[in-house]
Design a protein around this ligand. Structure first.
Ligand code: BDP
Length: 695
C-alpha cells in the first residue's frame, strides 16, 4: 500500500458482505463502442472484479436477475426503454436506479451522454467501496458547476511552483511519444470525482508552452484525457506575441497582436479540437499584461476571448492582482480594479477569484468580489497544494476551509446569498460557472506528497461538483475508500481530519492573523519579516504589532476594506464586538489587553490559541498511534512520521510567534503555559534556502 491507488483501491469486500453485492451485480451490460464507453466498462470490470472477487459476466442485454446496465438512450435500447435519462441531468449528470426489466431485478445507470454514464459508474463503485446497500437505489445527480478544474502550477522544467509532491507529472521531454500510464490513472482519478478540466501549466507561464512543439505535447495529453471527459486548457503568457511571435508589442488593441492570437488559437484547435481555452495571470507579481500598454484587464481578456470564440473556447482571467505602488491595502486592490469592469467582458470570459483577498491563507474571510460582479461569471479558485498550511508534512484537511468559504453569506441579494450560490451561478444567473483548484499532484508515488493530502484533491472535486456538500460527509467517504470501512478507523480518522485545519490556524495564524510565513518559500514562521523589495510581501505589513496592540485596521476608521462587502457584512466586520473572533485581527487593530469572548486579554488569548494548536497535533498523533494494526503498516508509518514532523513544527511556530509578539506585548505568558524553548534570535536566524516549491 504505497498510496498510488488513491481512493480507487477497490480492495475485496469481506466475504460475508460480498455475497449480497454479487447478487445485485450478476451481469454487466455496458456498451463499449466509444472510447468513453470502453473506459467506463473497463473501470467497472476492474472495480467490481476486485471488490467482488470476480468481474460479473458481460452481456449485450440484461437477461439475468441482478444485471447492472449502463448507458444512454443512444447506446442502449434497454436504457432508452427505461426513460430515466431526463433533460435535467444535462450533459454530465446521471441516474442510478433499481428497476425491473422483463420481470427481473436490475440496476440502471442512465445518462444523456457517455460522460454522464461514466460519472454514474464511478458513483456506483463508490457505493460498493463505502458499503452502501444496493437494494432500492434512486440517485439523481447533476453537477452544479460547469467547469470543475485543476490548475497545475507546473513549469516546462518539471519544477512545480508550490509543489510538495515531487516534480511535475508531465514528462514534457518524453511527450508526445511516451504516454506514461500515470496520465490515464490521473484521468481516472479526476473523472471519479467529477473533475472535467485541467490547466497543464503554471499561471506564471512560459511562452514556450504555446510553440508548436509544446502544443503537440499538450495534444497528446488531451488525447489521453478525452475519453474521461476531461478537457485541456493552457496558461497563456500575455507577452507571447513578442517572445515567440516576433512582434514588437503585445498591445491587445494592436491588429497584428489580435491576428497573432487568432492564428495561435486556430493552430491549437487544429491539434486539440476540444481545447478549453486560456487561463491568464496578467499584471500581477511582475507578469506582463494589458496595463503595460495602458489597456484594461477587459481589453486583454476580450482580445483573447475573440480568438478562441469561433472554436467555442473561453478565457479565464485571474483577479489575483495587486501592486505595491498602490498605497491602498493589498486586500482591496482586486475589487477596486475589477468591479468597474463588470459588464465589460465578452460572454466567453470568466474571472477567477481566490477564496480570500490576500492569498490562500489558513483562514481568510471570503473575497469581497463574490457578490460584487453580477454581470461577470466569477470562478472560485482554491489552493489544494498547501503552500501556506505546512506543505505536505502537516496534516490539514481543507474540506472545512472550502466549506467555510462556500457557505459564507455575501448578502449581495439579501440573506442567503452564499458564495456557493455566486459560484454555481444561481445568484446572478451566470452563463458560465466553475471552480478551480491549484493542484497538489506530482510525481511522488502517492501523487500528493502525503496520504492525507489526497483527501484535499478529493474534497475539491466533490465540492466543485456540488458546493453544498458537507466536508464531513466527504471526509467519511474518502476515509472509507482510502483506509478502511471499519468504524473504529473511520470515526477517529474523520475526527482528526475535521479538526486538523483549525489546528494549523491555531499554531500559525490565530484570531485573524495572516501572511506570517517565512519570506518567499513560506516555510515556517516569519512574523519578523520586513524590508525587501515590497512592503506587501512582508509580515509586519499584515500584523502591524506594536506596543499598543496588534492587527490590521480594515474598518471604516482604517483602510475601509470592510466597505467592499455588502452592508450587513460590512457592518459586522466594522465592529470588533460583532466580528467573528476568527477574523478579529484581520479587520481590527486592538490593544493587548482587549477583552476577548473568553474573558481573557487578547495577548493571553493569542498564546492560548498558539498552545492549543500544538496540543491538537499531539492529540492527532495519539489518535493515529491508536490505529496501528488497523491501517496497513506502510501508510501508517509514513503518516505517523509526518505527524511527528508536524508536532515539532507546530511547536516551532508557536514558540517563535510568541517570542516575537512578546517583544511588543511585554506581558508574561498566561499561567501554566510554557515559555518558548529558545530566544527570539534563534528563530530569526534559521534559514531555508532550499525549501521546496519556491517560485
Ligand atoms: C501565491 C504564490 C505564487 C503564485 C501566486 C499566484 O506564492 O507562487 O504565483 O500566488 O497565485 O500564493 O499567482
Amino acid at each position: 500500500e504505497d498510496g498510488y491507488d488513491l481512493w480507487l483501491r477497490y480492495r475485496p469486500i469481506p466475504e460475508a458482505d460480498a455475497v449480497a453485492y454479487r447478487a445485485r451485480v450478476a451481469q454487466l451490460v455496458a456498451p463499449a463502442a466509444t472510447p468513453t464507453q470502453q473506459a467506463t466498462r473497463d473501470e467497472l470490470v476492474r472495480g467490481l472484479g476486485s471488490l467482488l472477487g470476480a468481474a460479473p459476466a458481460l452481456g449485450d442485454t440484461a437477461n439475468v436477475d441482478g444485471a447492472l446496465i449502463v448507458g444512454t438512450p443512444a447506446s442502449s435500447k434497454q436504457i432508452a426503454g427505461l426513460k430515466l435519462a431526463t433533460k435535467d441531468l444535462g450533459d454530465e449528470g446521471y441516474r442510478i436506479r433499481s428497476v425491473t426489466l422483463d420481470g427481473r431485478n436490475a440496476i440502471a445507470i442512465a445518462a444523456n451522454t457517455d460522460a454522464g454514464a461514466m460519472h454514474g459508474a464511478f458513483h456506483f463503485l463508490r457505493l460498493l467501496q463505502t458499503r452502501e446497500p444496493l437494494a432500492s437505489l434512486d440517485i439523481r445527480e447533476a453537477p452544479r458547476t460547469q467547469l470543475r478544474m485543476l490548475n497545475h502550477w507546473d513549469n516546462l522544467t518539471r519544477h512545480v511552483e508550490r509543489g510538495y509532491a515531487g516534480e511535475s507529472i508531465w514528462d514534457w521531454h518524453k511527450l508526445p511519444d511516451y504516454l506514461s500510464p500515470r496520465y490515464t490513472d490521473y484521468a481516472r482519478a479526476n473523472a471519479s470525482i467529477g473533475i472535467n478540466a485541467t490547466v497543464l501549466n503554471n499561471v506564471n507561464a512560459s511562452a514556450q508552452q504555446l510553440t508548436p512543439m509544446y502544443i503537440e505535447k499538450a495534444a497528446a495529453l488531451a488525447n489521453v484525457f478525452r475519453p474521461y471527459g476531461i478537457r485541456v486548457f493552457l496558461s497563456a503568457r500575455f507577452s507571447a506575441p513578442v517572445e515567440i511571435g516576433g512582434l514588437k508589442t503585445a498591445d491587445p488593441l494592436d491588429p497584428k497582436v489580435r491576428a497573432w492570437w487568432k492564428a495561435k488559437a486556430d493552430e491549437i484547435y487544429k491539434a486539440i479540437p476540444d481545447f478549453g481555452g486560456f487561463l491568464v495571470k496578467a499584471n500581477s507579481e511582475g507578469q506582463p499584461g494589458p496595463q503595460d500598454y495602458g489597456r484594461t484587464h477587459a481589453d486583454g481578456a476580450n482580445m483573447m476571448a475573440d480568438a478562441v470564440k469561433p472554436h467555442g473556447g473561453i478565457v479565464i482571467w485571474r483577479a489575483f492582482v495587486y501592486s505595491h505602488e498602490t498605497p491602498d491595502d493589498r486586500a482591496k486592490q482586486a475589487y477596486n480594479e475589477f468591479v468597474p469592469l463588470d459588464g465589460k467582458f465578452r460572454d466567453n470570459v470568466m474571472v477567477q477569484v481566490k477564496n480570500g483577498a490576500i492569498d490562500f491563507q489558513p483562514r481568510e474571510p471570503f473575497h469581497p468580489l463574490f457578490g460584487a460582479m453580477p454581470k461577470t461569471p466569477l470562478m472560485m479558485e482554491f489552493q489544494i497544494t498547501k503552500e501556506y498550511l505546512g506543505f505536505a508534512t502537516h496534516l490539514a484537511y481543507l474540506g472545512p476551509l472550502f466549506e467555510e468559504t462556500l457557505r459564507a453569506d455575501t448578502y449581495a441579494r439579501g440573506k442567503g446569498s452564499t458564495v456557493a450560490k455566486v459560484v454555481d451561478g444561481e445568484l446572478h444567473r451566470y452563463r458560465l460557472t466553475g471552480m478551480a483548484g491549484v493542484a497538489n499532484i506530482g510525481s511522488d508515488r502517492n501523487w500528493s506528497g502525503s496520504h492525507f493530502d489526497q483527501a484535499n484533491w478529493y474534497v475539491f472535486g466533490r465540492l466543485a461538483w456540488n458546493p453544498e456538500l458537507s466536508s464531513r460527509d466527504i471526509a467519511q467517504e474518502w476515509t472509507r475508500m482510502t483506509f478502511s470501512n471499519d468504524d473504529d478507523v473511520v470515526q477517529p480518522v474523520v475526527a482528526m481530519m475535521m479538526g486538523s485545519r483549525e489546528a494549523v490556524v491555531d499554531y500559525m495564524t490565530p484570531l485573524g492573523l495572516h501572511h506570517l510565513m517565512g519570506r518567499s518559500h513560506h516555510y515556517g514562521p516569519g512574523p519578523w519579516v520586513e524590508g525587501g523589495p515590497r512592503a506587501d510581501w512582508t509580515s509586519v505589513y499584515y500584523h502591524r504589532a506594536s506596543k499598543d496592540g496588534i492587527g490590521f485596521d480594515r474598518t471604516t476608521r482604517g483602510s475601509d476594506t470592510v466597505s467592499q462587502y455588502a452592508r450587513p457584512v460590512a457592518a459586522q466586520f466594522d465592529d470588533a464586538a460583532k466580528t467573528p473572533e476568527e477574523f478579529l485581527l484581520w479587520f481590527h487593530h486592538l490593544p493587548w489587553d482587549y477583552t476577548t469572548k473568553s474573558g481573557r486579554t487578547l495577548w493571553d488569548e493569542l498564546v492560548v490559541h498558539y498552545s492549543r494548536g500544538v496540543d491538537k497535533v499531539r492529540d492527532m498523533r495519539r489518535t493515529w498511534d491508536g490505529l496501528q494494526g488497523k491501517v496497513d503498516p506502510e501508510r501508517h508509518a509514513q503518516v505517523a512520521t509526518f505527524l511527528s514532523i508536524q508536532e515539532k513544527e507546530a511547536q516551532w511556530w508557536r514558540d517563535a510567534s510568541i517570542a516575537y509578539f512578546q517583544t511588543f506585548s511585554q506581558r508574561p505568558l498566561p499561567e501554566g503555559l510554557a515559555p518558548p524553548a529558545h530566544p527570539l534570535d534563534y528563530y530569526e536566524s534559521l534559514e531555508f534556502p532550499f525549501a521546496p516549491g519556491n517560485g
